[in-house]
Design a binder for this molecule. Sequence first.
Ligand SMILES: [Zn+2]
Length: 60
Amino acid sequence: MTDLNVQFVCPDCDHSFSLSTQEILESDTLSCPSCGCPLSEDELKHLKIAINYSQEKNTH
Ligand SMILES: [Zn+2]
């Protein structure tokens, strides 16, 4: 399984950070490590769908 990093920029404090796709899939919520500003549930949901889709494509 490919383990890629996804880059985020916090909308609140402009801190940039990256998380592995594995971490994202295992998380129910994501938040900025600097200020704790959470990523919206919708955004996280779409992100997981996109990751699952690309990983499925890679294994076929
Ligand atoms: Zn932040």
